[in-house]
Design a protein around this ligand. Sequence first.
Ligand code: NDP
Length: 329
Amino acid sequence: MKWAFVGASNIASEWMIGAVRALGDEVVAVVSGSAERAQAFASQHRIRHALTDIRALAGLGLDAVYVSCTNDQHEAAVLQAAAMGCHVLCEKPLALDLAAARRMVDACAAAGVVMGTNHHLRHNSAHRQMRGVLRQQGLGRLVAARISHSVFLRAQLQGWRIDRPQAGGGVVLDIAVHNADSLAFLLGEYPVEVMAMTQASGMGQGVEDNAMSLWQFASGLCAFTHQGFNTPHASNRLEILGDRASLEARGVLNQAPGGELVWRRSDGDLSLRLDHDNLYLRGLREMHQAIAGQPHDMATGEAGLKSLAVALAVLESARTGRRVAVDYA
Ligand code: NDP
């Protein structure tokens, strides 16, 4: 497949160009808001076309577009890609509000193209194995989930994430969406209600840099999620707790593969072996399956809309101090 990348971004440089090429696909164009950045990105990554106008992509014979500009600009790029008849992989969060996400999903559906959301975590080995255990009822009745997903944002990534709410900054839009997708992938459901508190403890300037929330699911399960930008020595952890056993994944909520997974049972702890597949490459493989009309585990556009709905409910709860029903539009 021939891809265009909209956004001369860090995630594109660090992970997505390599993943696209590892799959045998080609990146033929990059679009940036600045001619200099487009040119620099194209030279660094040996990309033929360096563009500043997304409309110039028409006529390049593209199959797909990967969108990784700032969150406020995702919608325009996705609508343009759909209008060109290209499949789309859009970064999370899809947009800043649900109406925009709905327009994006609907435009792709109307154009008959596949839309994916780049929720990479569901493609890690721990998530896949945990889902296998859950599907065989390996924990008994599910009671709770706990996600500790507070990181330290590298200086290189701080920019718009910590000081531009209008670009979609803030830790909730950045990380809570991943947590919602992880739990939906594992449990097969999204929360119906949330309660949250956020703080701007110094790194966030005009946006929250740390957030804790409780999520209630229709099945009765309750989840605690913690996401942060400003905790340099925090470990990350994902646990699912049942009335007979539990699963604990440590160090798996990252971009790179790794970490460990333990199944705690009455007959002792069992360490489950994890593979070291590249998460983004796996995600792209799933997208290829979706495009071929085959069964897949890609996070769809609809999944991206739902994870955004959860994050927006978290923000509303923190703002109002109230329990908020999640609106899935
Ligand atoms: P970056 O800050 O690296 O890039 C975002 C945009 O900022 C770029 O498209 C670029 O605009 C602009 N930009 C980049 N460098 C500069 C600069 N030196 N000066 C001015 N502007 C600059 O963002 P990320 O790569 O961290 O994130 C991009 C998207 O990907 C976001 O939606 C984010 O949420 C998502 N993301 C997803 C991850 C995942 O694992 N799924 C991980 C990390 C991010 P232009 O294109 O106009 O040049």
